[in-house]
Design a binder for this molecule. Sequence first.
Ligand code: DAH
Length: 345
Amino acid sequence: MKEKIRQIEESAEKELVNSKNAKELDDLRIKYLGKKGELTQVLRGMKDLSAEERPIIGGIVNKLRDKLEQIIKEKEQQFEIEKLQEKIENEKIDITLPSTKVKRGSKHPLNRVIEDIEDLFVSMGYDVVGGPELETDEYCFERLNLPKDHPARDMQDSFYITSEYLLRTQTSSVQARVMESNEEKTPIRIICPGKTYRREDDATHSHQFNQVEGLVIDENITLAHLKGTLEVFVRRMLGEKSKLRFRPSYFPFTEPSYEVDVSCFKCGGSGCNLCKQTGWIEILGAGMVHPNVLKMNGYNPEKYGGFAFGTGLDRLAMFRYGITDMRYLYKNDVRFLNQFSQFER
Ligand code: DAH
């Protein structure tokens, strides 16, 4: 019996120590310590032993079982560690590999222009305000000195929704809103960039376009303030060398009114295809706020005066970035839009 136990000990120890994985180890546990395992068989055979031998053999078998269980436990731990190490090895990330490129969007050229204008005017103490795109006839025209039968309404082909509501044809509508809503009738300095709509659609006009409006109301405002302000504005937009030219014009809400030209930034004024050989490009409408407009919106024209200007942002963006067709601005073609990530603004 003792010899049999010794043989089991020898082979079990050897096999357990040499086992290569958890499966092998488990099979060996069954082989030796399982219900029908070799050591269990020995215990079963003890009933045939004499009363003196039984405790002795029993003691040896129990000791051996403890020993084998200890070996199994150690091997299990070893396999556990090996498994973890293998996992770490397999999941290792090589941080020196080049990454897959993340595609980044770029700011729309119109937004670049708008943000730049806002930065400039905020730095000069202006507020940036908004207003509704679905506007009433009252704010879009009447409060700007354009009564219903006024011929100048024909200048703008409007999208009427009802007889009273239309899509605003000009951001000038915000002038009336700002003046009216300022209950204390204190000085005003605002710009309003935003969408505007007219019934037009060709390479230089779109049915939806963008304007920025400027309005200053205060005491002792003169044409010199308007000229100085527009000069700062245009030079920031189109280059420091830009010169301005004021041509008398007509807008119902300003008196006097001007159309403002900038010296051609492409040829420098000598004449080219962009300026149609004139050296000048029209960019702005402007003027001194009409006394009727002040009065209609609650300001005393005896005390207050002001200037206003409005310009198309789409054209400004086109000039600034050399875009030849306005409709590109509205197609959202990424091949077009991505070209602007190279610009700082
Ligand atoms: N609202 C005019 C337009 O859309 C532009 C304009 C002209 C705005 C003169 C003004 C202004 O504020 O004073 O054609």
